[in-house]
Design a protein around this ligand. Structure first.
Ligand code: E4P
Length: 215
């Protein structure tokens, strides 16, 4: 499973990229709006100068024609931009058009297997089931990821599954178990993935033992 970083914060992206473990970045309008330079183009271009893998930038238009125009502009910002489009009827129309132009689309706000099937049929490169938001309303978000992975496998659909709306480290473990192609994780969760108390106590004990013989 690849790891994408789910943020528009340049400092977090720089720090995570330096670990050499992230393969892409996902943004959305809410994440970009939190940044000091809340200008989507500036933020995405800055991210693309740090990360060579897929960087998702979301459209704000709601009708198919405007989505297509906006997606073409966003895709021109850098060669690694993936355009995020929500799964609506207009989103599917726009994705069908754009995928034929070889513009990579990440169909977002996916909450059902049917939506994921339609996203794949429209030619989306990625689909993003939102795990945390389903958990929030008492559904099992990871079961959706697992069902989509199984369905795509059964029909050999090439769309990659991004487990999104990840809230904690256990989500990363269960996404990997479910066979998600990618988990897009907030910076805080990525940092928590590194930590284990036994690693810390193990290092302390090694150093203590070494100091005893080297004094
Ligand atoms: C990423 O593609 C999504 O936009 C993001 O994971 C949503 O996360 P949230 O549900 O925590 O806002």
């Amino acid at each position: 499973m690849l790891i994408f970083l789910d943020t528009a914060n340049i400092d977090e992206i720089r720090e995570a990229a330096s670990l050499g473990v992230i393969s892409g970045v996902t943004t959305n309008p809410s994440l970009v709006s939190k940044e000091a330079t809340a200008d989507y183009e500036t933020v995405v271009k800055a991210i693309c100068s740090i990360v060579s893998g897929s960087v998702s930038a979301e459209v704000l238009a709601e009708d198919a024609e405007s989505m297509v125009e906006e997606a073409r502009v966003k895709a021109s910002w850098a060669p690694n931009v993936t355009v995020k489009i929500p799964i609506t009827a207009d989103g599917l129309k726009a994705t069908s058009t754009l995928s034929k132009e070889n513009i990579k689309i990440n169909m977002t706000l996916c909450f059902s297997v049917n939506q994921a099937l339609l996203a794949a049929r429209a030619g989306a490169a990625y689909v993003s089931p939102f795990v945390g938001r389903l958990d929030d309303i008492g559904h099992d978000g990871m079961e959706l990821v697992s069902d989509i992975v199984e369905m795509y496998g059964y029909y050999e659909l090439p769309t990659k599954v991004i487990a999104a709306s990840i809230r904690h480290t256990l989500h990363c473990v269960t996404a990997a178990r479910a066979g998600a192609d990618i988990a897009t994780v907030p910076y805080k969760v990525l940092m928590q993935m590194i930590n284990h108390p036994l690693t810390d106590t193990g290092i302390a004990r090694f150093l203590e033992d070494w100091r005893r013989v080297s004094q």
